[in-house]
Design a protein around this ligand. Structure first.
Ligand code: SF4
Ligand code: SF4
Length: 310
């Protein structure tokens, strides 16, 4: 049986589709966006985090790593990510849970049983969202969606779109809402900021739009990242594309924040966006006006916190 590798299950979420939802974050992604809010979801392999606040400096993790990836000095525990194989031996050695293993494997049936427990608060609009990482890269995603639909649960899939078209098509019959990321229209810029060009994403967008014109619901989401995606030209180009393909119910401009700073620290990554401020209200209003001028769809809105003072 195909297992699903995931990071976490988040309950009572109001940001991953309509209503109140339970979101499962898959591990592994085909993009590596420089601003990613879930950096621990990019690699599919298990990863170890060191939490400084829990560490008592006992030394129980010294010399347990079979790959000599873990070291300790007066500044704390360090993990050489090039050597770490994600075996989690060090996690078992730590008495205070200062070392955490990121990644859980479970069968779709097991996950479905867990997710349907939240049925009581889904109401008419809510349900389960598969997010990540990129859920559609894992075969188990389709089976999980099928099981949830059989339980009468409304399903949403949050996708970066950079998957084989067959992977998207396999999921659509069991998906009620597709949350589809469109980040950057210029291919070279897309490659620069996410590690991949956007040809596959734009091709799959056409497939998603056709499905939405049947009886699916398509929400487009654009992260507004200062210096990367937030130019008037980019927003206009995305809006023109959404308008041209049709079928979208909503387009969200999602404002950047750097609340995930600690996640990067725990992965020993020097994050380029760690000091990037919130998007100003004035700039978001300008982008919203541009987006609406393209008549991309009926419902165009901004989400996330803004700097109200600028
Ligand atoms: S997860 Fe395994 S390989 Fe990585 S640092 Fe810990 S013991 Fe070493
Ligand atoms: S075993 Fe845990 S608490 Fe002890 S030094 Fe290592 S990380 Fe810190």
């Amino acid at each position: 049986m195909t297992k699903i590798r995931y990071l976490d299950i988040q309950r009572m979420s109001s940001e991953d589709g309509p209503g109140l939802r339970t979101t499962i974050f898959f591990k592994g992604c085909s993009l590596a966006c420089a601003w990613c809010h879930n950096p621990e979801s990019i690699a599919k392999k298990f990863q170890v985090h060191w939490l400084e606040s829990r560490c008592i400096g006992c030394g129980s993790c010294d010399n347990v790593c079979p790959n000599q990836a873990l070291s300790r000095d007066e500044t704390g525990v360090h993990i050489d990510r090039r050597l770490c194989a994600g075996c989690c031996t060090c996690v078992a050695a730590c008495p205070t849970l200062a070392l955490e293993c990121k990644g859980i494997d479970a069968e779709p049936e097991e996950l479905c049983r867990e997710l349907v427990k939240d049925r009581a608060y889904f109401g008419r609009d809510g349900g389960v969202t598969l997010s990540g990482g990129e859920a559609l890269l894992q075969d188990g995603a389709v089976e999980l969606l099928r099981l949830l639909k059989a339980e009468g649960i409304q399903t949403a899939v949050d996708t970066c779109g950079n998957v084989f078209t067959e992977q998207l098509q396999a999921a659509l019959p069991y998906t009620d809402i597709l949350l589809y990321d469109l980040k950057i229209m210029n291919d070279a810029e897309h490659q620069r900021w996410t590690g991949r060009g956007n040809a596959m994403i734009l091709r799959n967008l056409g497939v998603a739009a056709l499905w939405a014109k049947g009886n699916g619901r398509l929400w487009i989401r654009t992260p507004i990242i200062p210096g990367a995606t937030d130019s008037v030209e980019n927003i206009r180009a995305i809006g023109d594309r959404i308008n041209a393909i049709g079928g979208a119910e909503r387009w969200e401009l999602c404002a950047f924040n750097n609340l995930c700073n600690d996640k990067y620290k725990r992965l020993d990554i020097d994050w380029a966006f760690q000091n990037t401020p919130l998007v100003s209200k004035r700039h978001m209003e300008e982008l919203l006006a541009v987006a609406r001028s393209t008549r991309a769809c009926e419902d165009i809105r901004a989400t996330g916190a803004l700097n109200e003072e600028e």
